[in-house]
Design a protein. Structure first.
Length: 659
């Protein structure tokens, strides 16, 4: 019974399954049936992978020392032609296939080529022998020309099939090398076309990766829709160092000099080349290459570099007596850096045919050994440079540890999230809805006491702080996190800080900085504004931050009082409202001197007060520009502040100077 059931089920779901059901795909038919297995898909990225396969073959000739020039030309009809002046694909009859030339075998047979041993190439990007044959299989037309021994040969193909035998065209006394011209098949790639800008960048990057090659780029002008040039010549004697210098031009870095070099592998064929810079205020970018092949997912060569950098910076930290350098990780060294690493190794192993990740085990050891000694010299040959980089890395480490501590606190308090723990000095408002509420950050307990009595209990909260808070622009993340006043502010606002800052969870609609109307008060307000810009910038952008405007003077005449914010306001009142009257002028030493009624009337009552909203000026919408200004005025370098004072001294009022 069970056999009958099985038979009927198989018949119903799969039809007949016998020897005739077994298909044998010959030649390049597997590539056309399943292109994703060979180039990762049929989208635009996969299309450009065809260009990489052909260009990589030309680069292998250059790296092997046989080609000095490569030409990349994009023509109408989505035709791409890549020419090198290397040795040329062999055109003699193949010993295993007497009726076919070696060129035809390479173009029409998977796993054929000259890169399976080190006889033709010591290091190359090809390892499976499927590159150019896959290009041929997925192209509606492929034309290969070879100039060899002063003669020119040509053979044409379509969808992987020869359109005739290899032909001898004639003499070519002044030419040598290989030309591959192909048009991708629209049956495979649909409406996708080669992008000039993408091919331009690809050609340019290859020139950086091998200093000895000249790459010529040419594109039909009618195909260009952006600022990509129609013609260009790339040749960079400095290799990756030239690329990095161009990439970071004009940007301030942790060290004036970047770390770059080249080293042959000891005891092995191949070498490593690298270039690294540490720009300030950068998210960083990494570029990894193996035998000129981009490996965007990194791999074992990346692991070797990471190990060399972290061991080197730890050793330098120990040398100069920075004990906590032992806790530095590779991420601390590499976060925010601009990095390029290129390796050339024998028989590279990749994760897949698209070669996104290098998996060769020996690459980690070879790269670490090649880079480590150079990095040690980079740090110790110029101690100021080494200390500057160490300081930068330690700051990254402090930020990482601070984030870890914040996450640990959140984890420990997750079970009691409903019971909001607020700072002990915070006097909260009674309203549950943030709309219409405000928190006053007040300078000192005395002023805080007056403010608590003057407030509207339903909508106004008071948080006193002790004098001048920490200057966050010149402090490490760990020091910021350890500061009690800052911790109280973050806890009271309830929206987190830095990457964890979420304005949607802010407990109040307005944050009001309320300090004395004197120089010290202005300094405290500046420190607080610096804190909000650096730690909670999104609150500033959304307009949640305000400055209170407490009076500096009380002017009394005939039993009535008016208040002046500053000297200019006082003089204006004396010249207008109080003109000709006998006036008693008194100056407040601070908010604590004002009784609650005065503080409410002048500074806290929405009906009678004035607030200044803190915003980012239009010209400073670029956060990098604001950060630069904050760093100049609030950072560690007093020379920047002195320069700012000199630049703006002419704008200072003479009365202010006299005061």
């Amino acid at each position: 019974m069970s056999e009958d059931l099985f038979a009927s089920s198989a018949s119903a779901t799969s039809g007949n399954y016998d020897a005739s059901s077994i298909e044998v795909l010959e030649g390049l038919e597997p590539v056309r049936r399943r292109p994703g297995m060979y180039i990762g898909g049929t989208d635009e990225r996969a299309l450009h992978h065809l260009a990489s396969e052909v260009l990589d073959n030309a680069m292998d000739e250059a790296v092997a020392g046989h080609a000095t020039r490569i030409e990349v030309t994009l023509e109408p009809g989505n035709r791409l032609t890549i020419v090198d002046n290397g040795r040329g694909i062999p055109v003699g009859m193949h010993p295993k296939f007497p009726d076919k030339s070696a060129l035809e075998v390479i173009l029409t047979t998977l796993h054929s080529g000259g890169k399976f041993s080190d006889k033709a190439y010591a290091t190359s990007g090809g390892l499976h022998g499927v590159g150019v044959s896959v290009v041929n299989a997925l192209s509606v037309e492929t034309v290969v020309e070879v100039a060899l021994n002063r003669e020119l040969f040509r053979q044409s193909f379509s969808k992987g099939h020869p359109q005739g035998p290899l032909q001898k065209i004639g003499a070519a006394p002044n030419r040598r090398g290989t030309s591959v011209s192909f048009v991708p098949d629209t049956e495979i790639f649909g409406a996708h076309h080669f992008k000039p800008a993408r091919l331009y960048r690809l050609a340019r990057s290859k020139a950086y990766l091998f200093a000895g090659v000249e790459i010529r780029w040419k594109c039909a002008p009618e195909l260009i829709s952006d600022d990509t040039p129609a013609e260009a010549v790339f040749q960079f004697p400095g290799g990756l160092a030239d690329h990095l210098a161009e990439q970071i031009a004009g940007r301030e870095c942790a060290t004036k000099d970047f770390f770059s070099g080249t080293q042959d592998f000891a005891g092995a064929v191949g070498r490593a080349e690298w270039a690294i810079a540490w720009p300030l205020w950068s998210d960083g970018s990494y570029s990894w290459y193996a035998n000129t092949i981009p490996t965007p997912d990194g791999g074992t060569h990346e692991a070797g570099l990471r190990t060399a950098l972290v061991k080197g910076i730890r050793a330098f930290g120990e040398l100069v007596g920075v004990k906590k350098a032992k806790d530095i990780t590779a991420d601390d060294v590499m976060t925010g850096c601009e990095l390029m690493l290129s390796v050339f190794i024998r028989d590279p192993q990749f994760q897949s045919q698209t070669k996104d990740r290098l998996t060769s085990p020996e690459a980690a050891r070879l790269v670490e050994a090649a880079v480590r000694d150079h990095f040690d010299h980079f740090l110790t040959d110029n101690m100021d440079r080494g200390k500057a980089l160490l300081s930068y890395v330690v700051d990254r480490m402090d930020e990482r540890l601070a984030r870890k501590a914040e996450k640990e606190v959140k984890r420990k308090t997750a079970t009691s999230a409903r019971k909001l723990r607020l700072p002990g000095k915070l006097t909260d408002c009674s309203a549950d809805d943030p709309a219409g509420t405000e928190i006053f950050i007040v300078e000192g307990d005395s002023a805080g006491g007056s403010a608590k009595q003057a407030r509207d209990r339903k909508t106004q909260a008071i948080l006193p702080i002790r004098g001048k808070i920490l200057n966050v622009a010149s402090a490490t993340a760990q020091k910021i996190l350890a500061n009690q006043e800052i911790a109280d502010i973050i806890q009271a606002l309830g929206c987190g800080a830095r990457k964890d800052c979420n304005p949607d969870t802010l407990r109040y609609e307005r944050i009001v900085i309320m300090t004395d109307a004197d120089v010290d008060g202005a300094h405290i307000a500046t420190l607080l504004m610096t804190f909000f810009f650096q730690e909670m910038p999104e609150l500033v952008k959304r307009g949640h931050l305000f400055l209170a405007q407490p009076p500096l003077y009380r002017l009394t005449s005939g039993g009535k009082s008016v208040y002046a914010r500053d000297d200019a306001h006082k003089d204006a009142l004396l010249a207008t409202t109080l003109k000709g009257k006998k006036v008693d002028v008194s100056r407040f030493k601070g908010l604590g001197e004002m009784n609650p009624a005065q503080l409410r009337e002048t500074t806290m009552d929405p009906k009678t007060r004035s607030l200044i909203r803190i915003v980012l000026p239009m010209e400073f919408e670029d956060q990098a520009a604001v950060r630069d200004l904050v760093d100049r005025l609030m950072g560690n370098n007093p020379a920047h502040r002195f320069a700012f004072i000199q630049e703006n001294a002419a704008e200072v009022d003479e009365d202010m100077i006299d005061a």
